[in-house]
Design a protein around this ligand. Structure first.
Ligand code: ATP
Length: 252
């Protein structure tokens, strides 16, 4: 009998990204299993956001990619961002991109727009799932998104992505700019999200917190994967401790 392994949900093969002639990602191979949390850590400018944007099909106009992105056995080269969302992936970008004058609930409903267009009118069920995960969003559902705190806006951005019922949720630096207590809450929510069955690809500079919630981790340095392994193993790897966990340790 073979040992059961997690089914592969996302795979990149030799994923390369260029901005003009500059190579920002140099042939990255990553795998995310169904229901897994996988993190990509690394310093500023390593190419973490570039990797997520290439997977999501959301590179800026001067960016181009080569290599393969495979989601649930489907190769997505040349597939537009909306179609990738329809295939089951959703990106929460670093800038969150909420509609600040619109109410919280309307921002959430926009997240289910594609499903609505496809004829699924029962978005209420998913709204309940999101409100269970984020009771604060329910309390504030009639408030304008722009009047929410930084942490609440991050929750709203994640909630809106969940309205699309993704199989793969990609989070770009969800802790960026948030106070330590809120960061703790966001990571707690990420752990709870896992229990809903969604797989998470998490890009973070907060390596300590990311390695605590993740199953598997990649270290990206200057556009290349420098290290990879089980998150628990990387958290005790001397190179990772020296480079990414040392300062954070002192700060806490
Ligand atoms: P950070 O944590 O600071 O967001 P990152 O690891 O996400 O960093 P990227 O934002 O992916 O890194 O950037 C990787 C490299 O690509 C950097 O050298 C950056 O300057 C460059 N880069 C990113 N976007 C563009 C762009 N639109 N045009 C040209 N170069 C870009």
């Amino acid at each position: 009998m073979t040992t059961p392994t997690s089914t592969t949900l996302l795979q990149t093969r030799q994923l390369q990204v260029f901005y003009g002639k500059v190579e920002a990602l140099q042939g990255a191979n990553i795998t995310v299993g169904a229901g897994q949390i996988v993190t990509v850590i690394g310093p500023n400018g390593a190419g973490k956001s570039t990797m997520l944007n290439a997977i999501a099909g959301a590179l800026p106009i001067n960016g181009s990619s080569q290599g393969q992105v495979i989601l649930a056995d489907k190769e997505l080269s040349g597939v537009a961002i909306e179609k990738r969302v329809a295939q089951g992936m959703c990106l929460v970008p670093e800038k969150r991109e909420l509609f600040s004058t619109m109410k919280v609930e309307d921002n959430l409903l926009l997240g289910s727009y594609r499903r609505y267009q496809a004829g699924e009118k029962n978005y209420d069920d998913q709204l309940s799932v999101v409100y269970d995960l984020f009771p604060r969003l329910k309390e504030r559902r009639h408030q304008a998104a722009g009047t929410m705190s930084g942490g609440e806006r991050q929750m709203l951005a994640v909630g809106r992505a969940l309205m699309a019922k993704p199989q793969l949720l990609m989070l770009d630096e969800p802790s960026l700019g948030l106070a330590p207590l809120i960061v703790k809450e966001i990571f707690h929510i990420i752990q709870r999200l896992k229990q809903t069955g969604v797989a998470i690809l998490l890009v973070e500079q907060n390596a300590r917190a990311a390695l605590q919630v993740a199953d598997y981790a990649y270290v990206l340095e200057m556009g290349e994967i420098a290290l990879e392994g089980d998150a628990a193993d990387l958290a005790t790897d001397q190179r990772v401790i020296d480079t990414y966990l040392g300062l954070a340790k002192k700060a806490h």
